[in-house]
Design a protein around this ligand. Structure first.
Ligand code: SPD
Length: 289
């Protein structure tokens, strides 16, 4: 990197998570500050309001783990909803399934989409041109409130960390509405933050989903440059019988396209709940019984 390189850090609870590179975008949209950094080691990286969202090198750790446990467990599906996901990575993974008919991608900040299309081309790849992808610039909470009952087969919540405008996406009312608009056999997948650096939010997400759905499971893995590195994704459904059982017919070909996820990785990651989290969750279950 040349002399215009600088360190950009996410500062979280007295720790710094930094990448060194050249700033190619720094601007304020109507919602947030957007930075795109070009680095030698990590490719291009996106930061929103001081928090790392994604980078060319690390994004698959995140996007593959959000999408494939859910979609690979559905025998068939046609309509998928993505809340957030303005960098295109979640859509790209969903679009690998030939049988998928439509995706509604609902992103509040149109600048994130237009800058991702322009600069983060390795992440969205050709998804932006896929006719199955419908982009809607609006508030995800409102979209879900206005959507029809029993419509989506899968819902992906690819949010940033809770902020003033995104905090509704972490609340029970929102999850209840997601359940209403999802088919009975459907599955909800959400990024559920870090058990280490966002412990309280992480626990709240899991507990809220447990209160609303018959089955929930949390998968733990790594997103190397997110605060503390350890990250989680939680899956919820009322379909108890076939939950996360990898029965989609396209699964073998999907596994071949992935760098991180496969069914073996998934089954290990579903057993990785840190014991201190497990203890808190089971205490709550005991208190309630
Ligand atoms: N701390 C980062 C949490 C970000 C989760 N969303 C990332 C968006 C990638 N599509």
């Amino acid at each position: 990197m040349n002399e215009t390189s600088e360190w950009i850090d996410e500062i979280h609870k007295e720790s710094r998570y930094g990448l060194k590179g050249k700033i190619i975008v720094k601007k304020n949209s109507s919602f947030q500050e957007i930075i795109i950094l070009e680095t030698n080691e990590h490719g291009k990286a996106l930061m929103l309001d001081g928090c790392w969202m994604t980078s060319d090198k690390e994004e698959k750790y995140y996007h593959e783990c959000l999408v494939h446990p859910a979609l690979s467990s559905l025998k068939s599906f046609s309509n998928v909803l993505i809340i957030g996901g303005g960098d295109g990575g979640t859509a790209r993974e969903c679009l690998k399934y030939q049988k998928l008919e439509t995706i509604d991608l609902v992103e509040i900040d149109k600048e994130v989409i237009s800058l991702s299309k322009k600069y983060l081309t390795e992440i969205g790849k050709n998804s932006w041109n896929d006719k199955r992808l419908n982009i809607n610039i609006c508030d995800g909470f409102q979209w879900v409130n206005n959507a029809q009952d029993n419509y989506y087969d899968a819902i992906f919540i690819d949010s940033s960390d809770p902020t003033e405008f995104s905090k509704q996406l972490f609340g029970k009312n929102f999850y209840k509405e997601c359940k209403r608009i999802m088919k009975k056999q459907g599955i909800l997948a959400t990024q559920s933050e870090s058990p280490e650096s966002f412990r309280e939010i992480h626990l709240n997400i899991i507990n809220s989903l447990k209160d609303i759905f018959r089955r929930t499971e949390t998968m733990y893995s790594f997103v190397p440059f997110y605060p503390s590195g350890i990250w989680s994704w939680t899956f919820a459904s009322d379909n108890e019988k076939n939950f996360l059982n990898g029965r989609n017919s396209e699964i073998n070909s999907i596994e071949k396209t992935c760098d991180i996820w496969n069914l073996t990785y998934q089954s290990g990651a579903l057993k990785m709940m840190p014991n201190k989290i497990h203890k808190v969750l089971s205490r709550r279950n005991k208190d309630e019984s």
